[in-house]
Design a protein around this ligand. Structure first.
Ligand SMILES: C[S@@+](CC[C@H](N)C(=O)[O-])C[C@H]1O[C@@H](n2cnc3c(N)ncnc32)[C@H](O)[C@@H]1O
Length: 248
């Protein structure tokens, strides 16, 4: 498998002995300054039961399948290189690969359980690479992409990191590239939040402790400010929203 690194501050911890691209000498893989004590999604997603439980729920997670369908519709069939941030069990890659047989995919995740699930799913599929990476840290340089996608992952990051990540996403795309983020966004009121949890079959105690939910308008503003064009929320159901922007 390809290069796998998790960078903790200045010191690089190489997770995969076969690593080739992300060495200590590659500054593009250096850590950004993050508070090591800040909880991020990687903490709870390292729990095998949590990760496996989500994979089992994913196909029937409220109306997520409708958001997936719009994602599949808006990503051009002509894309050749696609990056999936927080790929989990590889749900989005499997979805997009079906109608894009020429495309190659890179999936990033920090959860060992998710990485194992995705690798098992795409075992023997040369056009899919699954790499370990903590999204709290600067995106590794693993190519230039026609599309960068993500589903229900970025909301685990602190808000400041969400914004620096958006800037890195913009920078890693080719001109004309599209970013599509099927995201868990915040509700306008606590009651609507409770209703969302009920609608997706989650009890109050099952909510991810690392969720850092942000409303749609704020996220679209961030994208516009960072230079994305044609920014829009192209689909929404309760706390699920598909946020899209392109690099001109
Ligand atoms: C709700 S799951 C979604 C998985 C997949 N995108 C899907 O739609 O099925 C969230 C994913 O984000 C990953 N994740 C959370 N925090 C992360 C972080 N800091 N770095 C990398 N991945 C992270 C988790 O390991 C998990 O696979």
């Amino acid at each position: 498998m390809g290069p796998l690194c998790l960078y903790l501050g200045a010191a690089a911890r190489v997770l995969d002995p076969g690593s080739t691209c992300l060495s200590v000498r590659r500054p593009a893989c250096d850590s950004v300054a993050v508070d090591a004590k800040s909880p991020t999604g990687r903490d709870e997603w390292t729990t095998p039961a949590h990760a496996a439980g989500f994979i089992a729920r994913r196909p029937r997670l409220g109306r997520a399948a409708d958001g997936d369908a719009v994602m599949d519709e808006i990503i051009p069939e002509t894309v050749r290189q696609v990056l999936d941030l927080g790929t989990g069990g590889g749900h989005l890659i499997a979805l997009l690969a079906t109608r894009r047989p020429e495309a190659t995919f890179v999936g990033l995740d920090a959860s060992p359980t998710m990485l194992a699930a995705a690798r098992a799913r795409f075992d023997g599929t040369a056009r899919v690479r699954i790499l370990a990476h903590d999204l709290a840290l600067t995106l590794p340089v693993v190519g230039r992409f026609d599309a960068i996608v993500s589903a229900f992952a970025i909301h685990h990051l602190e808000d400041a990191r969400k914004q620096t990540l958006l800037a890195e996403i913009h920078e890693r795309m080719r001109p004309g590239g599209i970013f599509a983020n099927l995201e868990h966004v915040s509700s306008p009121t606590p009651r609507l939040h409770e209703q969302f949890l009920e609608a997706i079959g989650y009890g109050p105690d099952e909510e991810d402790a690392s969720n850092r939910l942000v409303d749609v308008a704020t996220q679209l503003d961030w994208m516009r400010t960072l230079g994305f064009a044609d920014v829009d929320c192209v689909w929404k159901w309760r706390e699920m929203a598909l946020l899209v922007g392109v690099r001109t």
